[in-house]
Design a protein around this ligand. Sequence first.
Ligand SMILES: [Zn+2]
Length: 458
Amino acid sequence: MSAPSDAQRMEKIVSLCKRRGFIFQSSEIYGGLNGLWDYGPLGVELKRNLKDYWWRVMVHERDDVVGLDGSILTHPAVLKASGHVEGFSDPMIDCRTCKAHLRLDQLVEKKGIKQCPSCGGKDLTEARQFNLMFETHVGAAADESSIAYLRPETAQSIFVQFKNVLEVSRKKLPFGIAQIGKAFRNEINPRNFTFRSREFEQMELEYFCRPEQGMELLEYWKEERLKFYENIGISRANLHVRNVPDEERAFYSKGTYDIEYDFPFGRHELEGVAYRTDYDLSQHQKASGKSLEYFDEETKEKLIPHVVEPSAGVDRTLLALICEGYAEDQAPNDKGEMETRTVLRFHPRIAPIKCAIFPLLKNKEPLVVKAKEIVQLLRPHMTVFYDESGAIGRRYRRQDEIGTPFGVTVDFETLGEKDAALRDTVTLRDRDSMKQERVAIKDLVETLTPRIRGFISI
Ligand SMILES: [Zn+2]
């Protein structure tokens, strides 16, 4: 059998996401709303694990970063000062033949003539700027004065609250403010499953520093962020650092790295690490008339801090985790015959369910009682799933497919019927190697916890 093509692989991943409850199309029963997605029972767990781990590494494990949770509806003055009202747009073109709305860079060119990628039509409108922000009205008056925007990025509330956070946290440069939250962009063509959607979540850090520290911190954060991806199970071989050239960078940025991932649909950006200089704080100071300066007590100098911004997408990283983890291999079924198995090889720290617990037979009361005791024992420490239906091999397979790293089976040996020495031990199965070890029930928590937290590699 030849390896499936990338397109086939992506199709299988999308289908698995729906079938097992990771990702559903938004408003599906009404035909769906383009570019919007809902996360199902397993998707929401995966997402929480990803965000919690980011927060742990970027905020809790550091002395120099504090958090913020800003509002989504944003004052228009904020986005005027940041340049979004004027310039946050993509050039758009319409195809007069099939009525498609297209981004300028999506046109195909044949023999020097630009064509519509959907129908091949050459009757195209001139390019015009299409602002990607969602506009709404706050309060009862639906006029100019009540306009507000759904934020196109979480970063702006960090800049706008810089002074408040500085005063309450009493941090000294360099220090950072982190935020995880929703952002909205009215993409002309949402595509590639959840990769480019109209509503998405960001994990952003604005790390403020003295001007002379900027370039060095840009390198530092690029390396930190690469480590993060490796620690959630994304192989370094599938990550690429792109040094964004001058002509593609924002005019105020002195350096930007894109961290890209090899998705089945191509190499695309997971995260941007940008040295934004003092542009954002300067703009807001100018527009608001309020000082956003930092007073350096050692040098007795007032300055507008510079900022390095690692900005990651939650949804794209989650999609990368699923693409990275997706595998098909061979495993024996209940009759001992080899068959194809679908498995999500999630790192245990981000897997939605950490441990599945099975009684070997569901109609054998002592096995069921013991298995349910183990559920209660493990539940305070990790997410667990109890399953008693079907042959044991099929139950393993169902857990493999959703990426559960560990399976505990209560069998007759657990009851001590064959060998008293094995009483109150269970088999612990590893998802990837499918190897089984015998572990005492009382040792389960201390055996599993370090493997899940990643202190012991498996
Ligand atoms: Zn067309």
